[in-house]
Every structure is written in C-alpha cells, then in structure tokens.
Design a protein around this ligand. Structure first.
Ligand code: CMP
Length: 137
C-alpha cells in the first residue's frame, strides 16, 4: 500500500444539509487523515479553472454555476491508497448508481448536487491539492 493524498470538496448541497461533520467523520473513520481544511465560496473564475478538465463537456457551465451557488468545504486527505479509498467512500458520481453506505447514496440528490467531489487519480490529486493548498507543497 502506498501513502497518498487526495482532494475532497463537500459541495453546496452537502454543506446546506449539515452533512460536513458526517462526511469528515467518514474520512477519519476510514483512516484518511485531514491534513488541510478550508471553508470557502468559489468564485466563477476559480470554479472554471478547477474544473477546466471538463470544459468541453456539455455539463461544464451548469457545474460551474452549481459549484459557485453556495459554500463548500475543501479538504486534503492523506492515507494508504487515499485516491481510491476516497472514491469508494464517495460512491458513484450519479447517486442513483451509488452503493448503499456511500456518501452519495446517503446524501446526494442528483448528478450535479452529488454532495462531494474527489480527485480521480494521483496525478490530478496533486494538481487539485496545489490549487487549494499551495502551502502543503
Ligand atoms: P465531480 O466529482 O465534482 O466531477 C465533475 C462533476 O460534474 C461531477 O462530480 C458531477 O457533479 C458533474 N456532472 C454533471 N453531469 C455529469 C456527467 N454526465 N458525467 C460526469 N459528471 C457530471
């Protein structure tokens, strides 16, 4: 097993449903250490840049609009196989397909309001962590 870091964002729906504590507790129970934590409101420019990888996708504008619609909580998580572990804890992107017991199964409403974002690879995790936590190096 390798020690890795990954980036998580609790999206506006997760924050507005008072799910911050539940979601962060799930990470800690799974032995993912919270090594960075910020509550903020993304500007449109930040959201566009963060999700630039999706800029050709038909859902890009809606995604940016949604991610700037309310407060988010961004965390950097560290642990064995953190990227895959976080993806397992989150469940499938589409909550209708998310397995029982996952964050998206328990909290998400739709593919846009899907409670959390998590890095999809070690490479992207490095880019995403640098975006929000340049101090973590
Ligand atoms: P996230 O993990 O934040 O990464 C990109 C987001 O785009 C994704 O979660 C969804 O909330 C949103 N999205 C909307 N439509 C789609 C789609 N068809 N496929 C993938 N992601 C989508």
């Amino acid at each position: 097993m390798s020690k890795e870091r990954t980036l998580s964002i609790i999206k506006p729906d997760g924050v507005s449903k008072n799910a911050i504590g539940d979601i962060l507790a799930r990470f800690e129970k799974a032995r993912l250490k919270i090594v960075g934590l910020k509550m903020l409101n993304l500007s449109e420019a930040q959201a566009r840049e963060f999700y630039a990888v999706h800029k050709e996708r038909p859902f890009y504008n809606d995604l940016v609009k949604y991610m700037t619609s309310g407060t988010v909580v961004v965390s950097a998580l560290e642990g064995d196989n953190a990227v895959i572990k976080n993806r397992e804890i989150m469940g499938a992107t589409d909550p209708k397909k998310a397995a029982a017991g996952t964050i998206r199964h328990d909290w998400a409403e739709s593919i846009d309001a899907n409670a959390v974002h998590g890095s999809d690879s070690i490479e992207n995790a490095k880019i995403e962590i640098k975006f929000f936590f340049p101090e973590l190096g």
